[in-house]
Structures are given as C-alpha cells and as structure tokens.
Design a binder for this molecule. Structure first.
Ligand code: 8YV
Length: 315
C-alpha cells in the first residue's frame, strides 16, 4: 500500500513530525515559497490536510485538493477551517478537544492572577533595584472573593469556572442555554448583563460567525474601568478596535490576552499600553498537552486511513 499523501499546513514539533513522516508522505506547505504553485503541483495527490487551530484550511486550499478526504486539526478550535467547503464535498474534519482543556484553563486563571497582582511589574521592581531605592511595590487588586463571568461555558469555560470557585469568587456564566451541570453558578444569558456582574470577564467561546465581535463596545464598557477582560479563545470573539479604544481611554481597567487579530503580528497600539498582559497564543503550550494533541491528530489520521471511526470528529 502506498503511503497516503498529506498536505502539512504548519510545522509540528519533532516528536510529531518523525512519526508523521514514517506513516505518510508529508508535503510541507509552510516551506514553499510559491504556495499557489506548490498546491497546483501536489494538490491532486493529497488525501488529507494536517493543520493547526490557528492556521486551518480555507476554501481555496480545499479546492486545490480534489481528492481530499479528511482535514485533521491540531487544536480544539476549527474556526479557521472552511467547514462549508468541507461539507459540500463530504470531507471529514477532526480536532483535538479535551486533551488541552485543563492547560488552557490554567493559563487563563494564571493570566488573571498575574495581571491583577501586577506580577510582571513587581518582577521588574525587584530586578531594576526599585525595591531597594523606592521601597515596597504599589498595592494591587485582589482576586479572591470578587466576581467573575465566564462567557461560553464549554469544556474550557467549565474548567475556568471550577478553578475560580476555589478562589471563593462569585461566578456567573453565559451560554446559549442554561447548563444542568452548572447549577452552582448564576446563569446570565445576556453578555452585557454578565459583564456588569463581572470584575473579571473570561472569554471562552468556541469561535464561529455567530460569536464574531460578541464582546463589543457595550460589553467592554459593562466590564468597566475597575474590571478585567481575559481572552483565551479567539481574537475574533472581541471587537479589537473597541478593546484598544477602551484600554487607551481607561474605560476598561485592564486586559489579559493570549490571542490577537492577525497573530503573530499584532496591532502596535497594544504595545503602548501599560494596562494589558500580552501572551503569545500558548494556552495549550505545555509538553504534556502538545504531545497529546499530536498523538490525537495522528490517531485520527490513522483511524481514517484504516477505515475505522474517527476519534474526535467535527464533521
Ligand atoms: C494551539 C489552539 O495553540 O486548540 C486551539 O484551538 O488554538 C491552540 O491549542 C494551536 O492549535 C497550536 O498550533
């Protein structure tokens, strides 16, 4: 049996690349200088696309592969895959849910703590000698006992809320329907009302056309000058211009973000702000989780080519 040929959209760590290269013929799209020409050359041989959450696979890429059978995403978010284009051609799609949930929740909570207690500034205070010359670090805001909102109570949102509960926070959540497994927390369907309730508003929505800019100026203003917005989902869930305006004008107290429009480049306005914590989209970035994500991506591909049920199908 010839090895199936796969279009690889972005790089993977060596511990994933080696087994992929052993089982498949991997065509490295990300190394091609002329991407269109590369697709024209290999497209007809491609039976699978292996991609990453933030890279996805757009309609043109899918169209360039007439014999495509499956798109396997290294990531839980599949918003960058053109699902309509895949569906039209009966192409299967898989992702890597569950294995990353706890790490993403951990980073979200760590970002809240780090930003609220001013830990980055405090570290600089020690290193630059301010502690010795100026005295104690300026006082910061507490986290425990304050109120938190979780916008999107999926797997990640649920784990965030569980962690916040251990800080004795007053927790509310919003999702399209009330969740039977979350009766210990307040359900506030309207994002603006949820934001009014929240000293800390976590955005944990699975991104889609329906959630685009759900966090708009009104929601941001409802979080307010004493509040903090934390985003560990996708940048598109927030109106980034409205967020930048609010941070610049101090209508929003602060933000902690792991995701940005156009990442890894980001709007330079972010870099001039002192009321923001910037993280390089690494909420799932631990050895343990990334290895589990790579394994699940490969297991889905192997299942597909063995004619077995997919482990974590999206489509
Ligand atoms: C990853 C992600 O950073 O799971 C997702 O949807 O965005 C992240 O876990 C990404 O897919 C790794 O490239």
């Amino acid at each position: 049996m010839p090895k199936p040929q796969i279009l690889q959209v972005g790089p993977y760590p060596e511990w994933d690349q080696t087994p992929l290269d052993e089982s498949f013929i991997m065509h490295r799209y990300f190394t091609a200088n002329d991407k269109q020409r590369f697709l024209a050359e290999v497209g007809a041989d491609i039976r699978a696309i292996a991609t990453r959450g933030e890279l996805g696979a757009n309609r043109a890429m899918i169209a360039a592969c007439p014999n495509l059978e499956v798109i396997s995403v290294y990531g839980v978010g599949y918003d960058a895959v053109d699902l309509a284009a895949a569906k039209e051609r009966g192409i299967r799609v898989t992702n890597t849910p569950d294995v990353l949930t706890n790490d993403v929740a951990d980073l979200g909570v760590a970002m809240m703590l780090c930003q609220s207690r001013g830990m980055l500034g405090a570290e600089r205070w020690v290193r630059d000698g301010s502690w010795a010359t100026k005295g104690g670090y300026p006082l910061q805001r507490r986290v425990w006992g304050r109120s938190a909102g979780v916008l999107g109570l999926g797997r990640i949102g649920f784990e965030v809320a569980k962690r916040l509960a251990s800080f004795g926070m007053d927790i509310a959540y919003s999702s399209p329907t009330k969740k039977h497994y979350a009766s210990q927390w307040k359900y506030i369907a309207d994002p603006v009302e949820l934001a009014k309730h929240s000293d800390f508003l976590f955005v944990t929505l699975a991104a889609s056309a329906a959630t685009r800019h759900l966090v708009n100026r009104e929601v941001i203003d409802a979080v307010g000058p004493e509040g903090m917005l934390i985003n560990i989902s996708r940048a598109a869930n927030i109106d980034e211009d409205a967020l930048l305006d609010a941070l610049e004008q101090k209508r929003l107290g602060s933000a902690a973000l792991d995701v940005f429009e156009g990442e890894p480049k980001l709007n330079s306005r972010f870099l001039n702000l002192d009321n923001i914590l910037l993280q390089p989209h690494h909420a799932s970035g631990t050895f343990e989780t990334r290895k589990a994500m790579g394994q699940l991506l490969r297991d889905n591909l192997a299942a597909h080519f063995a004619g077995k049920p997919l482990l974590t199908p999206v489509l």
